[in-house]
Unconditional design. Sequence first.
Length: 401
Amino acid sequence: MENPKIRPIEAFPVKSGDHQMFAVRDPAQISNSMAVLSPAALFILSLCDGENTKKDIQAAFTRQFGTLLLSTELEQLLNQLDEMHLLESEEFARFKQDLEDRFHRAETRPAFHAGKSYPSVEEEVRKQFEDQFKDGRVQSRHEMLRAIIAPHIDIRRGMRSFAAAYRALSENPADLFIVLGISHQPSRNPFVLTRKNFETPLGICPTNQEFVNALAAKISFDPFEDEIVHRTEHSIEFQALFLKYVMGKRPFTVVPVLCGSFHEAVAAGKAPVQIPSVQSFLTALRETASGFRGAVCFIAGVDLAHVGGRFGDKETITPAVLDQIEKEDKEMLEAAARGAAGSFHEAVANDQDRRRICGYPGIYSLLYCLAPTRGYLLTYEQSLEPDTNSVVTFAGMSFSD
């Protein structure tokens, strides 16, 4: 590694005693390791771009800090990062290939976040959920529920909105649930499918492979090309867990769909369906769902605004800023409640998606497939992180004819 190159990582400040340090991790979760580094070590990482040689890095370090960076010190740091699979290297390539091979051979998609974001033991999941679901009931307004919007934020933070959406669903169960999650990793196509059943601590959430195959046959690209992104993605995993809880022993199947970014459409001033690959997929999804013999319900596992220091904003998150975010979020959700994908798109695109609505592709896809429909806002919440001067917003909604 004469020209060391760091893989895409995320870094965030942490305290170690009286010292300011930085935690570094792999957002793709190919590596589960986390390194805690000094500001000086983080500076070294910033120079590992595949262009700088080790000598270049040492020279830049001396200019920045006025002290020498010994070759042995640099090698020690690079070896540590390589062992954690955070560097582009032959070792990482072998590790990644083995991981992908094992995922593709597996018959099921493991519950990756069990024991991290929620309990891994059935009894503990049921206790956690029962405590939340028993607090109030959502009055059923639907003869036939067509869809819900639920969060994909950490379950402990989003439980109120998860419970509100899934209480509505539990009163109007369906035979097939088309789950639109958001891929937090890049993919070559705007949608990614999998045929794998989803493991949960409450049992297997079965995928309707016949539906998935019929859908895949109608579209203009290979929706399994980046299937590996399903391995760690939580936005569908959380919905599978809640579905298993509220459906109990009632039979059902799911269609897991990860939505990629629609930023191209916003940047070009286009509606997403003006992009041929998006139009191909959503037209095929709508047609395949319409031909299904049984009740179909769509689920969008989405969050809303991402604003503040963690996302690159310099503005301080004050109560006035939170009020403004809520106002703009609810105007956008009202556009979604009217059931028109075009109106929802305009509400996001009007400010060039300034609030970074991560659920935009999932909500747009849901509305496009269901139009006409009518939505009801059940909950709206903001999760503030004072330490990072950041806020994430999310909601629970239901949709019916």
